[in-house]
Design a protein around this ligand. Sequence first.
Ligand code: GLY
Length: 583
Amino acid sequence: MMSSHSTRRTFFAVVATLAFGLAPATAQDARRAYVPAAPDTVRAVAAEHGMVVAQEKISAQIGADVLRSGGNAVDAAVATGFAMAVTYPRAGNIGGGGFMVIHSADRNEDVTIDYRETAPAATTPQIFLGADGKPDIAKSRDSALGVGVPGTVAGLALALEKYGSGQFTLAQLLAPAIALARDGFVVSDDMADTMPGWHRRLARWPSSARIFSRPDGRPIGEGDRLVQGDLAETLSAIAAQGPRGFYEGPVAEKLAKAVTDAGGIMTPADLKAYQAVIRAPVRGTYRGYDVVSMPLPSSGGVVLVETLNILEGFQLTDLKQGTPASLHLLIEAMKRAYADRARYLGDPAFVNAPIETLTAKDYAAKLRSGISTERATPSKELVSAASSPHEGSNTTHFSVVDSRGNAVSNTYTLNFSYGVGLVADGTGVLLNNELDDFTAAVGASNAYGLVGYEANLPGPGKRPLSSMSPTIVLKDGKPVLVTGSPGGSRIISTVLQVIVDVLDYKMDVAAAVAAPRLHHQWLPDEVRVEAGFPNDVLGELKAMGHTIVEPMGQTSANSIVVTPNGPLGAPDPRTRGAEAAGQ
Ligand code: GLY
């Protein structure tokens, strides 16, 4: 049985977190930093059978309705994913891409769907360099050159075809999204909060301004009805024709025209060539649990498993959650795994990364032997490289379980909030700027400050390296934790901390999700921390040699634990609007 609505309202009422913009280190972002919920208000939402935990409540409820109507977790995830393309346009999308990890109890299989965007065929390794031969970040972040060929439609359709229950057609699962786009929905406080930061970027293009502005040109606000007629038509074309309705014909023509008119290089042929890929997951073990996560072109699974392997050799439970000694080990493990991310990882179709080594227990033991329990290891002693800037992100994660033991962990994104800001005229499709996740030049960094090398240079048809880490933790072959997060480079460390807090520290899933988080990504050599860590803890970390920097950009780990009594959902309290919808 679900906990009462009022309990959930209390849960959300105690938080004061807003979405964030492009420059987290500003005073405005500091004001928006996470204010931890009081521990006695943090409660998981219980359900008897199945559950969808997503960042936007209308879409979470749509997924739960599908479960209630006999659908499985994949059916529900597909319905939620398409609905969020309408109701959560900052990150829910059909103009971007993502990853889905599936535990199919029906087929006794763990599998992933890679629907990451690809670079257009005309992409060159130098595409994001300026005339001076140096990275020109405006090209990859603010221009249509940064638009990757969208993968979401192909990915969700492939997931449904291969792993859906067979009880729902794509058209049936698209119907709620089409109705929401056609008839509109009331703009939430959470969406309205994003407009001051993002409307100007959207309004660079009349096709985007028309959707996200009131008739007088001001940004849409809380309580307005957002109608997206063109998007309804595009979704209807997909319902009628399947992915071909998006990747071929009039919609594809319009998408390509919008990109080329805006100075990009995506063609109808690029869209027609797009393929989502079924991949075997990255697997690891941690203290008797199986960890199933996303393989390349996401770095998420590799970095997560490498970090967990390092930590497994330490008795974290003896150190207590949130203590300097425990946090120090987390930081040191992250630092080493993120250094390997930079050095080795890229699209597996283009690079031969040493995945077996990086995820091996003996390799972790070697790295662990270099960790002092008392002193921070300077990043430059791990590998030398350049320093990097910080910027913000938006992506969104949802977790789904059903009563048959199936689970879906899905993270998808436009990269920045609202992507590049360009709605392709006549389609309602907001386009991504995912190609900024490439490394513009050897040693350069992307918007998250992630340094990269040859493995992640741009190339035709290539998928940029990601950090998205949808993850399912199993015990004896059954899901016990479904988790993931938005947050660019901070995704992996967020997922890591949720897993450690649940498995090592036996925290209730809601407390684990709400607990303040920190992040180290090798370069820059600093620990980003959320509000909520006691000053004496931060003081001790500094005394160990860590450079502590506040605030940390937003992450949001909408998670589910599966108990013998049913699922317990934890909508992350960091942003308004998240929902655990149970069945
Ligand atoms: N665009 C963020 C990521 O894929 O990691």
